[in-house]
Design a binder for this molecule. Structure first.
Ligand code: ATP
Ligand code: MN
Length: 465
């Protein structure tokens, strides 16, 4: 074949005028093939866009035998002239002149043969599902959101701060941890009292995978001003819900000198920015997902970016739930940790808008949240979204050394002197929050299950690939 510069199919669609009438070089995977005894049409996709490019094989030029390996899932390389398409449904197509088959794909065994496989079926084939239109769309949106997050914070002057994934502090309290050890599990060293002797372990103490980068993030914020983390977190809870993963990515901004109102303003601006970015840059993919799964998706996204979030104290939220007359599965009373059904009632039925719930009872929130004057509630803020429930959890932090230490003692938290040093030396008011990245991707793609918005999901009893 002639040496022609390869351009992604996305570029051919975007700059069609530039390429029409020219010989182009395209490569990709065959999505489908149809035709008659005069002409064969192949839908070729290279992953750069949801759009497949139609390749036309004239059977006066190519024999049946030349084309025998062009089956769904095979990979090919084609050169030919790019022309305006006669057929409806596409704007451009390639009149094939030369063909090279990179790799065949046996139609008997290729798992993604038929259109319309269920998402559950595809979850069993997670190693191949990025080759479907649906998952490729989700993964391109996921990429765009990750980029938007970095751009948002960079443009605001925040520093990307890397917190450790392996940690020896188990005080976050955000969830059960996965232990990290190199001790021989069938022959554990013990001390005289019969307890496991962690001094013999790799780090010389018990270590785990992190459930949150926040505590270390606070060390960054009280030095650099405004920072954010963006990395994997791990929770060993046995929660088999459509909103929980055992390994998920979290974005945790932490800001010196921010009070709770500043924190809420930032969270709202941030999440709207990300959704807007996707609306602007992932039009085709969002349209595809809307058409196939969720007609209301574009309207729901627009609605969230165009409306102010409701800001409401927890106590008011409890009143609304109590007066709703609705039968909830879990009872509602002041002090209860809200379940997803409660959160969604407030958002979807009562306000019909995203809600930022604040000032939660201190008993159901983490030790580091700033205590209110009432001595009962803390300056927490959870952002609640339609279809998702909690998407962000955050707070103003307790900056008072004595109050924080007292609370930690009450809860029996020890060995955190490094954390207390932020309050011991030059303490400042500060705030932050955590956004679960996959919950954002879930919202923006309109998918129903969080296991479908990360390439290789980890959840109880599942650790494939
Ligand atoms: P939930 O009540 O939904 O279990 P949480 O209160 O345990 O969440 P936080 O500790 O506040 O969550 O974590 C911050 C954010 O991380 C949450 O708002 C959510 O978006 C996300 N998140 C928490 N747990 C998970 C999980 N297991 N899988 C995916 N995302 C999660
Ligand atoms: Mn939370």
């Amino acid at each position: 074949m002639e040496k022609i510069k390869y351009v992604p199919i996305k570029t051919l669609f975007e700059k069609a005028e530039e390429y029409i009438g020219k010989k182009v070089d395209v490569k990709g995977w065959v999505r489908s093939r149809r035709g008659n005894k005069y002409v064969q049409f192949v839908a070729l996709n290279d992953g750069s866009t949801i759009k497949s490019l139609q390749i036309v094989f004239d059977l006066a030029k190519f024999s049946d035998d030349d084309l025998k390996d062009i089956t769904t899932g095979s990979s090919i390389h084609v050169q030919g002239q790019l022309v305006e398409s006669q057929g409806k449904g596409q704007t451009i197509e390639v009149q094939a002149e030369e063909l090279e088959v990179y790799g065949t794909s046996d139609p008997e065994t290729y798992p993604l043969q038929k259109k319309g496989h269920s998402l559950e079926f595809l979850r069993e084939k997670a190693h191949l599902r990025p080759r479907t239109n649906t998952f490729a769309a989700v993964l391109r949106i996921r990429h765009a959101l990750a980029y938007a997050i970095h751009k948002f914070f960079n443009d605001k002057g925040f520093y990307y701060f890397h917190t450790p994934l392996i940690t020896a502090s188990d005080c976050e309290g955000a969830g059960a941890q996965f232990q990290v050890t190199t001790l021989p599990l069938n022959d554990l060293p013990t001390d005289k009292a019969g307890n496991i002797d962690y001094s013999k372990d790799f780090f010389g103490k018990m270590a785990s995978l992190t459930v949150s980068g926040q505590l270390e993030g606070e060390l960054g914020a009280t030095a650099l001003g405004c920072i954010y983390t963006f990395g994997p977190t791990f929770r060993a809870e046995n929660s088999n819900t459509p909103r929980h993963l055992s390994e998920f990515w979290m974005i945790e901004p932490e800001m010196a000198f921010y009070e709770i109102e500043d924190n809420m303003d930032l969270a709202e601006e941030f999440i709207k920015y990300c959704i807007n970015y996707a609306l602007e840059h992932c039009k085709d993919d969002i349209e595809f997902l809307a058409e196939h799964f969720d007609k209301e998706l574009p309207a729901r996204l627009k609605f969230v970016v165009d409306n102010d979030f409701v800001r409401l104290p927890y106590s008011e939220g409890i009143k609304i739930l109590e007066q709703s007359g609705k039968k909830f599965e879990f009872p509602v009373y002041w002090g209860v940790d809200l379940a997803s059904e409660h959160e969604r009632y407030l958002v979807e039925d009562h306000f019909k808008k995203p809600v930022i719930l604040t000032d939660y009872p201190k008993e159901i929130k983490a030790f580091y949240m700033k205590l209110n004057e009432d001595g009962k509630t803390v300056r927490a803020m959870d952002v609640l979204f339609p279809k998702i429930g909690e998407i962000i959890g955050g707070s103003q932090r307790e900056e008072n050394f004595d109050k924080l230490r007292t609370r930690m003692e009450e809860l029996g938290l020890e060995g955190m002197e490094w954390y207390l040093d932020t309050r011991r030396f030059g303490t400042v008011p500060h705030s932050g929050f955590g956004l679960g990245f996959e919950r954002l991707v879930l919202f923006v793609t309109g998918m129903q299950n969080i296991r479908d918005v990360i390439p290789f999901p980890r959840y109880p009893k599942n650790c494939e690939y």
